[in-house]
Structures are given as structure tokens and as C-alpha cells.
Design a protein around this ligand. Structure first.
Ligand code: FES
Length: 635
């Protein structure tokens, strides 16, 4: 097939690409990541680029207007290379540096609350290293190398279990024993009823390391953990390379099942993401792949299946059945991870299709299953995943909040990256606006926490009523509140104060979308409470996890009815609980075993059955709620 040169601007990065390739794919090949909210279906309009020179074949123009089309603007997913091209990718179409939630750990053992939990479970990692000195063979002591080694190991290991050695390690055995003068270090996995030797090397005192991996739909975070000391030596995070196949799990599933090759492609994208992060950690810490002796992955169910290369098709088809809940531990070589090939890779078990290993991992970190007090654990993203309970019972659900809190479906919505408005203040008299912007640069859009703030402040200033309707009579106070041919809108930043060429606005339609999103989360909480016949004020503690959750303002979240109206001291932001749980499991076999018990113990409630959720949802479509007695502190 004909090859053409495509040059991406402003980087001036040129690559050779086959005729017929979409600009979206070509950009990704050039390592320029373009937003693709709908996964390339041509409906979200997020992937706008400008064709500066050359010809493309365009199969759809989505919501582009004639003026944009006349100026060369195209949807990258709907435009296909037909010759040499120069393409400009504007800032608003790019996946930019993201506030990857790396967790609040510094170099050292899991910090603060999680430190206690490691003490509780005990430091006994999933992989270990042991050094042994073997007696040299003689004509009269002529046992095989393996027999000699296993006798010595049995003498040195704490438990009487079978010891296995894979063929790949056995092949290294004779040479290394002799080269090392019979003084060797062995890396072992210590699980269940057996030890498995995963590496043999000349005797040394270097500790074994492991990787704790959080695979989010948007971002991937990897911690490098010293398994001997329990110290987190380093960490690295980035976008999930699967983002080019769509923003949410549904678009990823749709893509994965599209063609026989797409499953492998999307699986490989996450493996590549992890490997890139791992390579950086190894280079920075002066380690080699073989030093990484175990890995624990925490991810939602779709991400887990895609990571393992398991077809996710049935996760989105009623009755929403995952292929496996207790996922098998597999040698890294089967996945192509850049760690010791025989090292075991463990994936957190899931509860259901939409309550995955990341939630089990988070619930383990909260220790809610061992406490008398009732904990509400919420992870807010595109899905709101909620677990409620204590040592006696645990119930969970997932409610589809939609992409608003991650910036989707909102005119100027964006993720929490440079240029995102994250805090909004509105003067109730003048309607003047004061903004806080990520990266302290000119604003280009507004992220989830900014949207929550904005909604609360617009309500307080009387710009919207309790149903989210714009109160245009207030426009006499400020030109910011205005009617356009399409909608009513409030200007957060004038074009001359913004990083783009347009006023940054929030429209009435945006507000309605946000109310639906917050309503879904609150309805999920209320549905679980109803299921266990419990009043909201009997909740003792609320732990909020997730990238969006970490930046939430509790009073504003209560004002809009996203979170329950409970005293601020009951709230705790626990950051990236998913990766913390992965660390904990890596360092403690007991914690890893308990994760499996926890997944079994959490009862999943399917909200689409019955009318409870829908009734609650409809009641929650007001600010803060139709039942104001649920929000006594909200004026
Ligand atoms: Fe191109 Fe959505 S319109 S990715």
C-alpha cells in the first residue's frame, strides 16, 4: 500500500504512514495523543485537527460548522490519509499532562493510615529472596544440582512446602551454581502450598522489588516497592494508551470486540503503558527487569480483562457477567511485562462487572470490613462506585454518572490538567468571577471539581434555580449571564482572559447534565442505604477515592447534593486507594488473601433492577434535592 508523509504541527514531527490510515491513528503513531471521547465514532467532536496542506478523505464531519470545515478543520477519527499532509493539532484536542493521582506516599513505607494497616497484616511479601551456600558435589556426593539445591532450601525456608523450579530457571542452574562457587541467591514466590523459584543469580544482598500497578481507564500509576524493607522507592504515572480507543470503558469494550486484531491492539496498549513506566523507574533506580520479582494490579473489571487479554464483550451485555472474579496469577512472560519473566503478576479480584478490583483494593485500604463503624467508600469517576458497610455486612453498587465529572458532555469540560478551572468564586452581588486554574495559566476549560464549585456558586448567587434553570432576570447585574441562539449561558472567563479564542462559558444544558451526574451518585448512595434500611446519619465515616474525588470541595459538594449532608469531620480523602491496596497486597500475603475474601464478602446490588434507584434519581434532580430535610445545613 502507498506510504505518505504526515507532519504534525506545531511539533513539526513527520512520520510515514499507509494510505487510508485515520489521522487519529497516525497521530498516536507519532506519539501525539488526541482526545477521542467516543472512541472514533465521529460523535463527540473531541478530535478536531486542522489540515494545513494536503488531501484527506473525510467520512464524517460531526458537529463541525461550515466555517470550520472551510478553514480545514476535520475530525481526526473521520479523516483518512490520501497523500502527504501537514496537520495542526490544537491544544484543546490534545490529551495533555494530567494530574495523575499518584497517591500521597513519599519515599518510605506506606504512609500514615496505610502504615498501620501494613502493621496489622504483617510484612510478608508475595516474593522473597534467599541466599544459600551449597556443598560442592564430589564423586561420592553426586546428587543432581537441583536435588542439592532443594535440600539446602528446605533447610533454610520457614515452611515445609513443595519447591518448584520452572524449566527456564532450571536451564540457568548448572552454570550459575558453578560460576558463583555454589553461593547463590534465589528469588521465590511464596504462595499457598508451594514455593516457586523464579530467579537464580550469584549470591548477593540486593533486595527484591515489586510493582504495584493501578490501571485506571484514564491513567496508569506504577509504584516501585522494595519488598524487603516495604519502602516505596519511586513512582511514575501517565495516560493509559488505551485512551485513543475511547474515554470510557464502554467505548473500550466496543473497540476491543470490533475486529479480531483490535482486542490484541487494546490489550497491548495497556501493556505498553505499563512497560514504559517500568522502564523509566528501572533506569532511574539503576535496576534491571529481573530485579522486579512480583507485580500486583488493581483495576476496574474491564481494565483487568483487557490487561489480561480476556475478551470483555459480556461485561456490557445483560446480565453483565465478568469472565472471572478471582483472577489467576500469571507469569509476567505471558503478558510481556518488563519484569522478571517468571515473576507472578497478581490482579485484584472483582465483585462484579462494574465493581472491580480497584474498588476491592480501596475497600481493603479503608479497613472497613474489620470495623464496627459503618463506612461509606465512594470512588467518583465516570462511574460512581460505592461500598457501604462494616465488619458484618458490605453492599456495593455502581451508578453511571456519565462523563461530566471528567469533563465530558460539558461544552468547556476537560480533565484536571493544565489550564483547567478547578475552583470558582462568584460574587453574589456583581456576579464577578474569581477562578483558580490548574498550572496557574490562562484557563482553557473547566474540570470536575471546578464544575462542582461552579454549580454551588451559581446556585448561591441566584444565577440558577433549584432545578438548574437559568435566571436571566439577573442578567441586569452582569453581562456574563446571557441568552444565545442555542442556549442560556454564564461566562466564566472572557476570551481575552482565556487560553483560547472564545469565552469560556457554562450553559444551561451543561448545568442539567451536571445535575443528572450528581443525582446518579447521590441516588446510588440512597439506594444502598435503603437496601440495608439505614438512615444516612448512621454513616460513621465517608472515604472518598479517585482522581476527581481528591480535589473535591466537600461543602460545595453538599450544597449541590452530590455528597450527604454530614459533618465535615466524617469525610476523608484517601487519594489513589487502588494503588495503595496494590502495595499492601505486594507486601503482605495475608492482605492478599483477605482481598479475595473481601471480594466474596461484598454483595453487589444491580441498580437497574426495580424502581428504587430511578425513584431516588428523580428525587435527586434538584439542588440539592427535592427532600430538603436530607440537607439541613443547606440554605
Ligand atoms: Fe473523533 Fe469522537 S469525534 S473521537
Amino acid at each position: 500500500m502507498a506510504q505518505y508523509q504526515i507532519t504534525f504541527m506545531p511539533e513539526n514531527r513527520a512520520i510515514e504512514i499507509e494510505a487510508g490510515t485515520s489521522l487519529l491513528k497516525a497521530a498516536s503513531k507519532a506519539e501525539i495523543y488526541i482526545k477521542s471521547g467516543c472512541g472514533g465514532a465521529g460523535t463527540c467532536g473531541a478530535c478536531k485537527v486542522t489540515v494545513v496542506s494536503g488531501e484527506v478523505e473525510t467520512t464524517g464531519t460531526g458537529n463541525l460548522n461550515p466555517d470550520q470545515i472551510a478553514h480545514g478543520v476535520r475530525l481526526a477519527c473521520q479523516s483518512f490519509v490520501q497523500g502527504d499532509l501537514t496537520v495542526e493539532v490544537p491544544p484543546e484536542s490534545r490529551l495533555q499532562e494530567h494530574q495523575v493521582l499518584m497517591g500521597d506516599v513519599k519515599k518510605g513505607i506506606l504512609q500514615e493510615s496505610t502504615n498501620d494497616i501494613l502493621d496489622k497484616y504483617g510484612h510478608k511479601p508475595l516474593a522473597n529472596k534467599i541466599r544459600v551456600q551449597l556443598p560442592e558435589p564430589t564423586l561420592t556426593d553426586n546428587a543432581s544440582d537441583w536435588a542439592r539445591l532443594s535440600v539446602e532450601l528446605k533447610r533454610n525456608l520457614p515452611y515445609e512446602k513443595n519447591i518448584e523450579i520452572p524449566l527456564s530457571v532450571l536451564r540457568d542452574l548448572p552454570e550459575i551454581l558453578r560460576q558463583a562457587n555454589w553461593d547463590v541467591s534465589l528469588t521465590l514466590t511464596d504462595l499457598d502450598d508451594k514455593y516457586t523459584i523464579t530467579r537464580i543469580e550469584p549470591g548477593n544482598e540486593q533486595p527484591p522489588y515489586g510493582l504495584a500497578i493501578d490501571i485506571g481507564t484514564t491513567t496508569v500509576v506504577v509504584y516501585l516497592v522494595n519488598l524487603k524493607t516495604g519502602a516505596i522507592e519511586d513512582k511514575q504515572g501517565t495516560y493509559n494508551k488505551q485512551a485513543k480507543f475511547g474515554d470510557d470503558v464502554i467505548s473500550r469494550i466496543v473497540y476491543a470486540v470490533e475486529t479480531p486484531d483490535s482486542m490484541q491492539e487494546i490489550h497491548q496498549a495497556v501493556i505498553d503503558t505499563i512497560n514504559e513506566l517500568t522502564d523509566k523507574l528501572l533506569a532511574r533506580q539503576n535496576l534491571i527487569q529481573a530485579d522486579l520479582t512480583a507485580a500486583v494490579v488493581a483495576a476496574n473489571t474491564t481494565m483487568t480483562q483487557l490487561f489480561l487479554g480476556i475478551n470483555p464483550r459480556y461485561l456490557r451485555l445483560e446480565p453483565y457477567i465478568p469472565t472471572v472474579s478471582l483472577t489467576p496469577s500469571v507469569p509476567a512472560r505471558e503478558l510481556g511485562l518488563h519484569i522478571l519473566p517468571e515473576a507472578l503478576v497478581h490482579s485484584y479480584p472483582s465483585v462484579a462487572s462494574y465493581v472491580g478490583g480497584d474498588i476491592v483494593s480501596g475497600a481493603l485500604i479503608t479497613d472497613m470490613a474489620n470495623k464496627e463503624e459503618v463506612t461509606l467508600f465512594i470512588d467518583i469517576g465516570t462511574n460512581g462506585e460505592i461500598v457501604l458497610g462494616n465488619q458484618d455486612w458490605l453492599v456495593s453498587c455502581a451508578c453511571s454518572a456519565g462523563p461530566c465529572f471528567e469533563g465530558g458532555g460539558i461544552n468547556f469540560g476537560m480533565r484536571a490538567m493544565s489550564g483547567a478551572i478547578e475552583r470558582v468564586e462568584i460574587d453574589p452581588e456583581t456576579l464577578d468571577v474569581n477562578l483558580t486554574v490548574v498550572g496557574r495559566i490562562l484557563p482553557v476549560g473547566i474540570c470536575g471539581s471546578g464544575l462542582v464549585d461552579c454549580l454551588a456558586k451559581m446556585r448561591k448567587a441566584g444565577i440558577i434555580d433549584r432545578a438548574g434553570n437559568f435566571q436571566l432576570e439577573r442578567s441586569s447585574y452582569s453581562a456574563r449571564l446571557r441568552q444565545t441562539p442555542d442556549d442560556k449561558e454564564f461566562v466564566l472567563a472572557w476570551a481575552h482572559q482565556a487560553g483560547g479564542d472564545k469565552d469560556i462559558v457554562i450553559t444551561e444544558n451543561d448545568v442539567k447534565n451536571l445535575i443528572r451526574a450528581k443525582g446518579a451518585i447521590y441516588a446510588g448512595i440512597r439506594s444502598l442505604l435503603q437496601m440495608v434500611a439505614m438512615d444516612i446519619d448512621l454513616i460513621d465515616r465517608i472515604d472518598i477515592a479517585g482522581g476527581f474525588g481528591n480535589y473535591l470541595n466537600v461543602p460545595d459538594s453538599v450544597q449541590i447534593g452530590l455528597l450527604p449532608d454530614l459533618p465535615a469531620e466524617k469525610y476523608e480523602f484517601i487519594g489513589n486507594s487502588s494503588v495503595k491496596g496494590a502495595c499492601l497486597a505486594l507486601l503482605s500475603q495475608k492482605a492478599w488473601r483477605e482481598a479475595a475474601d473481601l471480594a466474596r464478602k461484598i454483595t453487589y446490588v444491580e441498580l437497574s433492577i426495580g424502581t428504587t434507584f430511578m425513584d431516588e434519581f428523580v428525587s435527586a434532580l434538584f439542588l440539592p434535592h427535592t427532600d430538603l430535610s436530607l440537607f439541613p445545613t443547606v440554605e
